[in-house]
Design a protein around this ligand. Structure first.
Ligand SMILES: Cc1ncc(COP(=O)(O)O)c(C=O)c1O
Length: 368
């Protein structure tokens, strides 16, 4: 039977569109956006200058190969620039990888509270999302391996994961890889790698370099403060990179983004400052919020998952409304299967202190 109007491919209408973190808090005098894991330090001043300089030349197409940027990334990480592709955010790269390697009837595997874009990318490609349970809000290698089937094409692992902030030690990532059939692509999404301060963590470049079925995605949106420009990159085996280059848009990364990325990667002091800020405030917020009696999932990223009681008056939903009334915009995470939690991005000192004070008032008001 023919339809009376154009019908999207199977899977498309099963997609719950991604809802980004809110930025507004109606009525609040000053708004602190703590909902999208953006850096409170802003971009490198050198990246800002590079974008301003580019503004004079917006009539020109960018370099479709983003050569300067790939060279800068390659030099920074000791990689072969030919193995790097840049994208309009790592979101675009996740979609490109999925479209290139997974089609109708294929399965894409990720974890219970894994980053939502994986599900969207799999469904958009006509595939089937398969979800592995987590343990203590952490990816579970055995559970992932148990769900690999002959139809599995891609396994996505955010390490650290958003929104939980938890991570897998590199030994566990290697164990996951060792358990996968060689035709399954392992995508290591290391959007928050720069923040991690654990000896047993590695983003996994070594695994990418020594395997034919591992890629890594990275972003300039978090520690580099360029989320608004949309810039990410991936590194992988030559055959994977070749496939991505065949299907990406010819000018998928814009000229200001390329220029800003080159400048940002050179400004190591700015990155160091962002790491130092996180090293100070991540433990501080964890301690202070736990001292209020709330459970906080131990995080190695630039954000925290805060769990609330389910009882009326103390719930995550009510806490969110209370915080928003004070201009503190956190992220609701029910779409991640976490209806009783809020995700909090590490902010400026001012924002961090205001969040703790507001949570104290929220919980205290209940006792009064
Ligand atoms: C785990 C993870 N991966 C990828 C992304 C996408 O980042 P972008 O598209 O801005 O590079 C995010 C952003 O929140 C993330 O949390």
């Amino acid at each position: 039977m023919s339809a009376s109007r154009p019908v999207p491919r199977p899977g498309v209408l099963d997609i719950e569109a991604y809802v980004p973190g809110r930025s507004g808090a109606p009525g609040a005098a000053k708004v602190f956006k703590l909902s999208s894991n953006e850096t409170p330090l802003g971009p490198s001043p050198q990246a800002v200058a590079a974008v301003k300089a580019l503004a004079e030349h917006m009539e020109l197409y960018p370099d479709g190969a983003a050569t300067r940027l790939r060279d800068a990334i390659a030099a920074r990480y000791g990689l072969d620039p030919a193995r790097i592709v840049c994208g309009s955010g790592s979101d675009e790269l996740l979609s490109l990888i999925t479209n290139a390697f997974l089609g109708p009837g294929d399965e894409g595997l990720f974890t219970e509270h894994g980053f939502l874009v994986y599900r969207i990318a799999i469904l958009a490609a006509g595939g089937k999302p398969v979800v592995a349970p987590e343990k203590n809000h952490t990816a579970d290698v055995d559970a992932l391996l148990a769900r690999v089937s002959p139809r599995t094409k891609i396994v996505y692992l955010a390490n650290p994961n958003n929104p939980t902030g938890t991570y897998l030690p590199f030994e566990e990532v290697k164990r996951l890889h060792a358990g996968l059939p060689p035709q399954v692509l392992l995508v290591l999404d290391a959007a928050y790698a720069e923040y991690v301060r654990r000896n047993d963590y590695a983003a996994g470049l070594e695994l990418v370099a020594t395997s034919d079925n591992v890629v890594m995605t990275r972003t300039f949106s978090k520690i580099y403060g360029l989320a608004g420009l949309r810039l990410g990159w991936m590194v992988g085996p030559a055959a994977v990179i070749d496939a991505i280059n065949r299907i990406r848009g010819p000018f998928n990364v814009n000229a200001p983004a390329i220029a800003a990325g080159v400048a940002a990667i050179a400004d190591e002091a700015h990155v160091a400052a962002a790491i130092a800020h996180n090293d100070e405030w991540l433990p501080w917020l964890t301690r202070e919020i736990e001292a209020l009696g709330l459970k906080v999932t131990p995080s190695v990223g630039n954000f925290l998952l805060v769990h609330f009681p389910t009882e009326a008056g103390r719930s995550a939903k009510e806490a969110d409304a209370f915080l928003v009334s004070r201009g503190l915009v956190l992220r609701r995470v029910e779409a991640y299967g976490l209806p009783n939690a809020l995700r909090l991005t590490i902010g400026t000192e001012e924002a961090n202190r205001l969040v703790v004070a507001a949570l104290e008032d929220f919980l205290g008001a209940r006792h009064a």
